[in-house]
Design a protein around this ligand. Structure first.
Ligand code: IPM
Ligand code: MN
Length: 369
């Protein structure tokens, strides 16, 4: 019997609800496939500021390091939105990513056939979109120095710095190539090389790494052009690799294709994902804490359930179990279960609990043993 240690950080807003549902599913995986999951709970974000005085305590960071993977709900709390404030829930997430060396953020964008009518796009424009964004997560303008704000005789000033080293670029671009190699062998690298120095270095390093991957076609796109193309012709994309902030923006944009942010999982890894090799990672749904709907049994748990599947696959090497979870989500959708964010005429409107229960029932029945 395999045994794993999972750090669970429910966080803020709808985080605890959706994580709770994913854990119920993990219990099914446990008894059905005979694995043991030891869960270690910790605080992050607004809830950690309240209880521990910091958005991420050393204790929680150490606890995460001692586990095989981290499952996180969401961080963000409007009580800390004051731009003058000195603590922010988001800092906890940034410190966790940095502290655990999670430089590779994988965000798959998959348009389910069942939801093809649920978006603002024409179904034929988005049908069978299936791509993955590889976002650099521990560098760029999020972390570059100097980063500060000060008073001058002519008023206030603030600066952020977009900085990248050759090593930071090459390790993330390699992740892009490795993933592209196992998919359609088409890698789009997104930058702003017509303006930014860091992007010119990015492009050059990407070209150099490309020599090691002659089987993959590398294409460069400027971020503004990519922002257009991703909604004009989403099927054009297979694997996209880009720096931290471009990836943040492009993935929110691309999420619209999938019908709802409530459908999108993500994995943040500390190394190149490889078949049969465990990679430490943090797993979180792409959606945020959605404080306005917290505690109302409205939130869509699918993003977190699909996130759990990514955790099973990349950090625990439980490929069959991951596939079974994903198939169960697909089945629940095809049987017409819908939370309000993906509701359509004639289908069954359900809450967080009911959607999650539907997925669990499919997983129980599913005989992929
Ligand atoms: C995300 C979020 C975070 C980010 C915030 C909450 C710091 O928007 O995971 O995409 O910008 O990375
Ligand atoms: Mn974001």
């Amino acid at each position: 019997m395999a045994s794993f240690k999972i750090a669970v950080l429910p966080g803020d807003g709808i985080g605890p609800e959706v994580v709770n549902e994913a854990i119920k599913l993990l219990e099914i995986v446990s008894h059905k496939y005979g694995h043991e999951f030891a869960l270690k709970y910790g605080l992050i974000g607004g809830s950690a500021i309240e209880e521990e005085g910091a958005a991420l305590s050393d204790f929680t960071l150490k606890m995460c390091r001692s586990c095989d993977a981290v499952l996180l709900g969401a961080v963000g709390d409007p009580r800390y939105d004051d731009p003058q404030g000195d603590v922010r829930p988001e800092d906890g997430l940034l410190a966790l990513r940095k502290g655990l060396g999670l430089f590779a953020n994988l965000r798959p964008i998959k348009v389910y056939e069942e939801l093809v009518n649920n978006t603002r796009f024409k179904p034929e424009a988005i049908r069978s979109t299936d791509c993955i964004f590889v976002r650099e997560l521990t560098g760029g303008v999020y972390f570059g120095r100097p980063k500060r704000r000060w008073e001058t005789s002519r008023g206030r000033r603030a600066v952020d710095s977009m900085a990248y080293t050759e090593q930071e670029i090459s390790r993330i671009v390699k992740v892009g190539f490795e993933i592209a190699r196992k998919r359609k062998k088409h890698l789009v690298s997104v930058d702003k090389a017509n303006v930014l120095m860091s992007s010119r270095l990015w492009r050059q390093v990407a070209e150099e790494i490309a020599m090691e991957y002659p089987d993959v076609k590398l294409e460069h796109q400027l971020v503004d052009a990519c922002a257009m193309k991703i909604i004009q012709e989403p099927r054009y994309f297979d694997v996209v690799v880009t720096e931290n902030m471009f990836g943040d923006i492009l993935t929110d944009e691309a999420s619209v294709l999938a019908g709802s942010l409530g459908m999108l999982p993500s994995a943040s890894l500390s190394g190149v994902p490889e078949e049969g090799v465990v990679t430490f990672g943090l797993y979180e749904p792409v959606h945020g804490s959605a404080p306005t709907i917290a505690g109302e049994n409205i939130a869509n748990p699918i993003a977190t359930i699909l996130t759990l599947a990514m955790m099973l696959r990349y950090s625990l090497c439980l490929h069959r179990e991951a596939a079974a979870v994903e198939a169960s989500v697909q089945e629940a959708l095809s049987q017409g279960y819908r939370t309000s964010d993906i509701m359509d005429d004639g289908l069954s409107l359900v809450g967080t609990n009911e959607m999650s229960r539907a997925v669990r029932e499919k997983l129980e029945k599913n005989d992929t043993r």
